[in-house]
Design a protein around this ligand. Structure first.
Ligand code: ATP
Ligand code: MG
Length: 579
């Protein structure tokens, strides 16, 4: 493509509303344009990168015998009413009505729809089946941000598998896991797969794939010793052993106006870890629960939900008025009647701690378990923190990384097939609901994540496998001979099938170089006055700035070899392993 013909609206300055690097660079390099909050158009350069990622994803899916289909974005409400998710999805679902007032949504995901498509699978002999699509999804995110990273309309690859038994599901899940690893590797990125919480999609076994980047919205916890890695949402941890203490007599102390843990600790001259906080939660029916955790830690709502087996919300300060027996700021487990208490397991090691006395301006000191109160239940309900002991091996220490979730795989089970009554005939001739898995890749997010992981102060640094073009040919100066040579090289490279962008514009060399670095194609071929003397092209590698002088005669072969060998490094044989 000639730059003089290409629609490449670049920006010199960082756009004001872009917070992270990838968003800034995607706008500045003219890859995307905002249409409205969380809705973007892909411009020619951006669309090329998107298609590169799509193709890698497609090859890896085809490689494990997943079959590509295309489902509609427009879905009737009835499907979601049968599965029960029409309400559960809440305001993240984009809803609309047709002219007959029938309700629809624009699909945030396709479990319901794809399940109905399996209706015609009759026998266990036809299983497993894996279907996938690369298609647009709609989610009315509370905070659309970071450009296409968290948008309201985005491209997802979603795959769904149907099985007769758990073993078959586990096998396909394992090959998906492998394929996902290959997808991210082939995009040239560092990643980590971690255990994850099922969320709204559901399912017990699930893992996320994260591209590692400082600006990632997710926190990944991993062990320094074993292979444990999990999303912070569910990461399990243990504590370093604390010394035993001789229990001291319980006493009530005055703590006038001291509510915050740090204030109470300071006032009583003890570390915050000596305090135990009691936080009150309410479930849908209005039942209250007290969650007891160490003073210097915070409740992990996802873990609390799991431990209690129901959704709960923190009691709002205003709601305390409804319950005269509750004293805001001084809640504690002793004498808190009629409220079920769940305590974090780390408290089992604590002696002589401090709790609220359920009375204004007072706390209890030297509180001890069993003697002074007994929780109704124990559970791991706090956020894991760096330095905690690994919950899996009990040896290593936990560490933290930031990541961008670009994929999520689930062993779903029969959640959808059962609710929707979609069955096959098993070996014994009986109808059985399908056992299912589902597997998503944020294709558009993956493009942004690549830029987030690889860029410098001058612009994008494309991994070769997903670069919009491989070569950026830059002709410098007004010399006719230079121009002629550049034209000839451009045409020859095109004829050889090299993906090339040719800056043939009559503008300053400075602008050309700055733009070349901004849009970040892997190989810049520079031809200027110097070429007329040396008959050598200057090739600059965008990633490391390395310069190589390549003679006129060998430039085509040199570029083709370079591109092929770099691509080979990331593109080993597509995964042939069968599910
Ligand atoms: P997140 O926790 O980031 O909201 P999710 O758990 O809602 O993601 P899934 O439902 O598992 O995501 O969707 C599969 C993939 O789609 C995600 O791994 C992510 O890469 C991508 N994705 C999800 N929401 C968005 C969005 N709003 N914009 C772009 N990509 C998204
Ligand atoms: Mg989400």
């Amino acid at each position: 493509m000639r730059l003089s013909r290409m629609y490449l609206p670049t920006l010199k300055e960082d756009p004001a509303d872009a917070e992270i690097i990838s968003h800034k660079l995607m706008l500045r390099s003219g890859m995307i344009r905002k249409v409205t909050a969380g809705v973007y158009a892909y411009m020619p350069l951006g669309f090329r990168a998107l298609k590169k990622v799509e193709n890698i994803v497609r090859q890896e899916m085809d490689g494990i015998d997943a079959q590509e289909i295309l489902m509609p974005a427009l879905q009737p409400a009835e499907l979601w009413q049968i599965s029960g998710r029409w309400y559960a999805y809440g305001s993240e679902m984009m809803r609309l009505k047709d002219r007959h007032q029938r309700e629809f949504c624009l699909g945030p995901t396709h479990e319901e729809l794809v399940t109905t498509l399996a209706r015609e699978v009759r026998s266990y002999r036809d299983l497993p089946i894996i279907l996938y699509q690369i298609q647009v999804k709609f989610r009315d995110e509370i905070r659309p941000r970071f450009g296409v990273m968290r948008s309201r309309e985005f491209i997802m690859k979603d795959a769904y598998s149907f099985h007769a038994d758990r073993e078959s599901l586990a096998a396909v899940y394992a090959s998906m896991h492998q394929a996902y690893g290959r997808i991210v590797k082939r995009c040239g990125l560092n990643y980590r797969s971690v255990q994850a919480a099922g969320g709204l999609i559901g399912g017990a076994v699930s893992e996320e794939f994260h591209v590692l980047a400082e600006t990632g919205e997710d926190t990944i916890i991993f062990c320094s010793e074993c292979d444990y890695a999990a999303n912070l949402e569910l990461a399990a941890s243990r504590w370093h052993l604390l010394p035993n203490e001789e229990p001291q007599p319980l006493s009530k102390v005055e703590t006038p106006g001291k509510i915050a843990v740090s204030d109470v600790a300071k006032f009583l001259d003890v570390p915050s870890s000596k305090l135990v906080k009691t936080l009150l939660y309410k479930d849908k029916s209005g039942e209250l629960f007290g969650a007891l955790i160490p003073g210097h830690r915070s409740v992990n709502p996802a873990k609390l939900t799991l431990a209690l087996g129901r959704e709960v919300a923190l009691l709002d300060k205003n709601e305390f008025n409804i319950y005269p027996q509750l004293t805001y700021g001084y809640i504690g487990p002793i004498g808190l009647h009629g409220i079920k208490l769940i305590a974090d397991t780390s408290l089992k090691q604590l002696y002589n701690f401090i709790v609220g006395a359920n009375e204004s301006d007072h706390h209890y000191k030297n509180v001890n378990l069993e003697r002074d109160f007994t929780p109704d239940a124990w559970g791991d309900i706090i956020y894991a923190e760096e330095g905690d002991i690994c919950g899996q091996c009990g040896q290593g220490e936990l560490r933290k990384l930031r990541g961008i979730e670009i994929g999520h795989i689930f062993q779903l089970g029969t959640k959808y097939s059962e609710k929707m009554g979609i069955t096959f005939v098993d070996k014994t001739g009986k109808p059985k609901p399908f056992i299912m898995g589902c597997y998503g890749v944020g294709v558009s997010r993956l493009v942004a994540a690549a830029i987030e992981q690889k860029s410098d102060e001058r612009g994008i640094i494309w991994p070769i496998s997903i670069a919009p073009f491989h070569v950026h040919l830059i002709a410098v100066g007004k010399d006719e001979k230079v121009k002629e040579t550049a034209e000839e090289l451009y045409n020859n490279l095109l004829a050889e099938g090299v993906e090339i962008l040719y800056d043939d514009r009559s503008i300053s060399a400075g602008i050309k170089f700055a733009e070349a670095d901004l849009i970040g194609l892997p190989l810049q071929v520079i031809i200027g006055k110097k070429f007329l003397e040396t008959k050598k092209f200057e090739v600059k590698e965008r990633e490391n700035g390395e310069l190589t002088e390549v003679p006129f005669e060998s430039i085509i072969g040199w570029l083709k070899d370079k591109i092929h060998s770099e691509l080979r490094l990331v593109n080993e044989e597509p995964n042939k392993e069968k599910a």
